[in-house]
Design a protein around this ligand. Structure first.
Ligand SMILES: [Zn+2]
Length: 307
């Protein structure tokens, strides 16, 4: 923010030299900064410089997927939802929001029409190169906002891999805690308990911002019940667990969704995400610790072993 203020002072001084009314030019510049789009793809190249300054060098990448969402919601539901959430949060706390990013983990839905499942290395490389390119453009704090449950472990693993090689930027994964007042408020509004994919919550969020894509009359065309086909397996994790439980790629009851629940979710959660963005902007410790870690990694034998 300091640097932004400085550029306005320079603009005023330049206007004075040119014999223009300094204030009006400064006001003009301030206005154009205030009006900067949050959507990356809508910024002009010169405006991008201002957006990087205004955002404190942050950019949110909403990460979605192309997969079936029950019989009644569109393939892109997760990205449509988490991009909407990111845009609403960015309206509260300015940041740049990256364009549609559909390149996550979705092997478990390859049996359903419309799924696009990229290979393991491509997923990791594409996200890394996207982050590298953002950092090359001055965005040193990259925020991942995940809209898809199947991406959870992939994105956490991606964050862990950021320590594999030296870099001058940090990746932050939005990870809201479960025990917030937000979770309590939503629990009170909910009608169903079984949920997780195209059920009450996702149907509600789509009803809140894209009702034209929701086909409520088809929500009961298939079962979203947990089919418990691996109930005999104890203390074990296997990649086929989701298919075993939800072969229709549907978990919950979409028919229970309401626009009101969706609006409440967006209002509350965009506040939580805005709070996260604010804390990332203020954070200097992560990059400082990363730097210290990378320096230590170059010469591990010099790392102190006694107090
Ligand atoms: Zn979903």
């Amino acid at each position: 923010m300091k640097r932004l203020f400085k550029s306005l002072v320079i603009l005023s001084a330049a206007a004075a030299v040119l014999g223009l009314t300094g204030m009006s030019l400064a006001q003009e510049a301030a206005k154009s900064v205030a009006d900067l789009p949050v959507r990356y793809e809508e910024l002009t190249s010169p405006d991008f410089i201002q957006a990087v300054l205004k955002s404190g060098g942050t950019c949110v990448i909403p990460v979605g997927i192309l997969e079936k969402h029950g019989p009644h919601l569109p393939l892109g539901t997760d990205l449509l939802d988490c991009r909407e959430l990111s845009l609403r949060a960015a309206a509260k706390e300015y940041t740049i929001v990256f364009p549609q990013y559909f390149f996550g983990q979705i092997f478990e839905a390859k049996h359903q029409p419309g799924t696009v499942a990229y290979s393991v290395h491509l997923m990791l490389d594409l996200l890394q190169e996207t982050c590298d390119e953002l950092a090359r453009n001055g965005i040193k704090k990259i925020i991942l906002v995940n809209g898809h449950g199947g991406n959870d472990q992939f994105l956490q693993y991606f964050c862990q891999t950021q320590l594999a090689a030296k870099k001058d930027y940090a990746v932050y994964l939005y990870d809201p805690s479960d025990d917030t007042s937000v979770a309590d408020a939503l629990k009170k509004m909910r009608k169903t308990t079984l949920d997780g994919h195209a059920g009450e919550e996702e149907t509600s969020s789509m009803l809140a911002h894209r009702p034209d894509l929701v086909h409520m009359d088809r929500a009961n065309d298939q079962s979203g019940e947990d089919q418990k086909r691996l109930a005999g397996l104890k203390h074990a994790y296997t990649g086929i667990w989701w298919y075993a439980s939800q072969p229709n790629h549907y978990r919950g009851y979409g028919a229970a969704g309401t626009k009101e629940l969706g609006e409440t979710m967006f209002n509350l959660e965009s506040g939580v995400l805005a709070e996260m963005i604010r804390s990332v902007k203020a954070d200097t410790k992560t990059l400082e610790l990363q730097k210290m870690f990378f320096e230590g990694s170059d010469k591990p034998l010099e790392t102190k072993q006694k107090k």
